[in-house]
Structures are given as C-alpha cells and as structure tokens.
Design a protein around this ligand. Structure first.
Ligand SMILES: C[S@@+](CC[C@H](N)C(=O)[O-])C[C@H]1O[C@@H](n2cnc3c(N)ncnc32)[C@H](O)[C@@H]1O
Length: 244
C-alpha cells in the first residue's frame, strides 16, 4: 500500500480537524461507544496482556486525546501511556459540544479520560521512539495517514523485543472498495468521507502491511465472512501481532 503526497495528507488533516471541531453529542457518544465495542473483540486475558503492567504507545489518538486504552478495564495496571497525534490538542470547549451544557457531566467524564497519559504532537511517520514500549496501539488511523508502512515500521522500532501491536482499521469489502475508489471518490469529492481517507483497505492488505513492517501476525478478530468480505459493508477488525 503506497504513500500519498504531503499535500494530499495535509488536505486530509484539514478535513479531519474540521470534523473534530464540528463534533456534536451524537458523534462523541458514537466515538466513545465504538471503543469498548472494538475491545470486546479481544478476550480479557488478551487485553490484560496488552495493557496490565505495560508501557503503551497509541499512534493517532485524535485531537481530543481519547485513547482506546482508556476504555479498557485493564488500564488500571498501566505503567505508562503515550498518545501520539499530529493534530494539536483540542479541548472539548473548542468544539461544537460547547453548546451542549446540559451534557456537562458526561463531557467532564470524557475530558477526564482524554487527560489520561501523555499527549505528544507528532505524526506516526516522524516517531523517534526506540525499544521504549511493550505495546503499540493504532486504532482507526491507518487509512488516514500519509505512509502506512513507514508508520508501522516506526511502531516496530518503538517496541521492545516481544512487544505487541494492536491495529484496528476500517476494511471494505471487495465490491465496497471498488465502489469507493471508482465512484465515491468522484461523487463525494470535498466531503470528509473522501478527503479524510487517503487509503482504503481489504483485511488482507492490512495483514500484509503489518507483516511487511517486520511483525509476526498472532491474531485476526472480527473479520467478515467470505460473502460479506466480498459484497458487504465495511468492518473494523482487530489485528494482533508481535515483534519477534
Ligand atoms: C478517524 S481519527 C481516529 C482518532 C482516534 N483513534 C479515535 O478512534 O477516536 C484518525 C486520526 O488519525 C490521525 N492521523 C492522521 N495521520 C496520521 C499520522 N500520519 N500519524 C498519526 N496519526 C495520524 C488523525 O489526526 C486523526 O486524529
């Protein structure tokens, strides 16, 4: 899967920032709800192995700073959480959610989660960590980046030997991807759905990328059936791999 130009990625990030600034209550509820849904693809012992007593790096946590890890009950045992994100940190008060004063207790809880760990403003392609983490997470990010493979190579470099990678990424069906690339890119040019997604994947593309970055695949969860993988809606499987 190839890289896109810096200009294309910069346009994607502008669209991304507009999306986050325009967040409403319905969308933030969805963003929060989908994370435990995704984590539920992994059993308790897998989540414990990823997070409990571990130093964890998340690449692309979003400008609110809401980590996937914050939605796992096993975060209680975390030793360190670093959240890398290219967009500047965006407080909820600077989004459209500031109009939803009646939801203040919920939004205050979201801010508490968003404050967990350390927020580092950098893109995954520019990460400089070397053997500093036990786990790297990248959730709903790979189809938004400039260069997926270099980013995964940096994830590999950031891990200690034996460290684990958890990837969640939207995957299309064969027909869905063809339609997106051939039709939607033209009919929805200028819309977030196109602008913020420089890449589209099938599940096998993601697995090849992960292995291409030097990882050993250890698990694939939540993949569609053969038929759905051919003509169905998108899915967001969990890919688990380790650094040998
Ligand atoms: C759809 S959002 C998902 C955010 C968060 N993971 C979540 O699920 O709520 C995609 C995120 O990827 C980030 N991103 C885009 N390019 C990136 C890159 N090169 N390195 C790291 N993150 C990137 C965007 O800034 C954005 O925050």
């Amino acid at each position: 899967m190839s890289s896109v130009t810096l200009d294309r990625w910069t346009a994607a990030q502008a669209s991304e920032l507009a999306y986050w600034r325009g967040l409403d209550l319905r969308e933030i509820l969805r963003i929060c709800a989908e994370k435990p849904d995704f984590l539920a693809l992994l059993d308790e012992s897998t989540q414990r192995g990823l997070f409990d007593g571990k130093e964890v790096l998340e690449i692309g946590c979003g400008p609110l700073g809401l980590s996937l890890v914050s939605f796992s009950r096993h975060k209680a045992g975390l030793r360190r959480l670093v959240k890398a994100e290219p967009l500047p940190r965006l407080p909820i008060a600077e989004t459209r959610l500031n109009q939803d004063a009646w939801a203040a207790p919920f939004l205050a809880w979201v801010e508490t989660l968003a404050a967990e760990g350390e927020y580092v403003q950098t893109s995954g392609e520019d990460l400089g960590f070397e053997a500093a983490f036990d786990t790297v997470v990248t959730y709903n990010v790979l189809d938004h980046v400039r260069a997926p493979l270099p980013l995964l190579r940096n994830a590999w470099r950031a891990l200690r030997p034996g460290g684990r990678l958890l990837v969640g990424v939207d995957c299309l069906s064969v027909v869905g991807r063809w339609r997106f690339e051939m039709v939607t890119r033209r009919t929805h040019k200028g819309h977030t759905v196109v602008e913020a997604h420089p890449h589209t994947f099938l599940p096998d593309h993601v697995a090849r990328l992960i292995e291409g970055a030097g990882f050993r695949m250890t698990g694939r969860h939540g993949e569609p059936s053969r038929l759905r993988g051919l003509i169905g809606k998108h899915s967001r499987p969990a890919f688990l791999a380790d650094k040998p």
